[in-house]
Design a protein around this ligand. Structure first.
Ligand code: PHE
Length: 335
């Protein structure tokens, strides 16, 4: 009897109150279930009577629950009528560009101003365009410089190890003057760490015309880094080796963090390496039917992640492909 009164007294007009009621009386750990469990302790002759009382209680509880739910629904409906449609909406997060895309777009726009066009090519490449045409015949040690992912062997199909393969495709089809940059993803079979990944992004450039000299190469790259990192940046060249250029060089810039004074990023040398470059090897021009006695050219290649690291001080390569929103959110306003 007491329970009946208590249940009847239960009020409330929201769905929360109805749910609370259900849990208290009708839930698997609720009062009614609990009392049902007492059945086994009731003397046999009273079992029938007890059962009757319990059924009544259960029915009452269910009716009450239905009515509480009804009240909640009514309240919800009238609240809907009163809804203020002029309230501002919930904020929607705006996405931003990936730092690699920001840097790529900046690089492309700088070289476009110098008259370079963007060229693209396939990421799955045949041996000829990735190696042989670039003066890296089979068994050439230079192939070991790049740990290659093979898709097929004999004939070899690979994931391109550099975007020089795009330059090969352009030289195949176009006659000088050629002035292109090739941004794109490249793959190398390296153990993933903060400083190496199995893929990264490159931008390579190629300029072939009459009378193209090393001075042109130097001035073009100097203009590029000044636009990218500011007018105060200094450059220096160190001799190097690439099978497709002769002479070859690596270019350093004065450290963007300490301005050349020495810090941990530049390992206290004041300089950081940013790209490889050189004068196009005459044999390459001949490979593509370009008269090497008439034309000369320069080429260069850089990693976008590196440029990005120097610009934004990202110290772990893995961050670029983990898609952690806390990382990506920091790059806003890029075009
Ligand atoms: N292809 C070279 C690499 O991936 C970079 C490069 C391009 C060097 C053009 C010189 C000239 O390492």
């Amino acid at each position: 009897e007491q329970l009946k009164q208590e249940m009847n007294a239960a009020t409330g007009s929201d769905s929360d109150a109805a749910e609370q009621f259900r849990i208290k009386y009708l839930g698997t750990k609720g009062i009614i279930k609990g009392l049902m469990g007492e059945m086994k302790n009731i003397p046999n002759d009273q079992k029938k009577n007890f059962g009757q009382v319990m059924n009544d209680l259960k029915q009452l509880a269910e009716e009450k629950w239905e009515s509480l739910k009804g009240a909640a629904a009514d309240a919800g409906a009238s609240a809907g009528v009163d809804f203020d449609w002029t309230l501002p909406g919930a904020p929607v997060n705006v996405g931003g560009r990936h730092p690699i895309s920001i840097v790529r777009n900046q690089i492309v726009s700088i070289f476009k101003r110098l008259g370079f066009a963007v060229a693209e090519g396939p990421e799955i490449e045949d041996d000829w365009h990735n190696f042989t045409a670039l003066n890296m015949p089979e068994n050439h040690t230079a192939r070991d410089m790049q740990d290659t992912f093979y898709i097929l062997q004999n004939p070899d199909w690979v994931l391109r190890t550099h975007t020089s393969s795009v330059q090969a495709r352009v030289m195949e089809k176009q006659k000088p003057p050629i002035r292109i940059i090739c941004p794109g993803r490249v793959y190398r079979n390296e153990t993933i760490s903060a400083r190496a990944h199995c893929f990264f992004h490159q931008v390579e450039g190629l300029y072939i015309d009459e009378h193209v000299s090393f001075a042109d190469l130097k001035q073009t790259l100097y203009f590029f880094v000044q636009e990218m990192f500011g007018k105060d940046v200094k450059i220096r060249f160190r001799p190097s080796y690439f099978p497709f250029t002769e002479p070859s060089a690596e270019m350093d810039i004065s450290c963007t963090v300490c301005g050349g004074k020495g810090c941990s990023l530049c390992k206290h040398t004041g300089w950081v390496e940013i790209l490889g470059c050189g004068m196009v090897h005459p044999k390459m021009l001949d490979n593509f039917g370009i008269d090497s006695s008439k034309y000369t050219g320069f080429a260069f290649g850089m990693g976008m992640e590196r440029i990005c690291q120097l610009k934004y001080r990202v110290n772990d390569l893995r961050l670029y492909s983990q898609n952690d929103v806390r990382f990506l959110d920091q790059f806003t306003g890029g075009v």
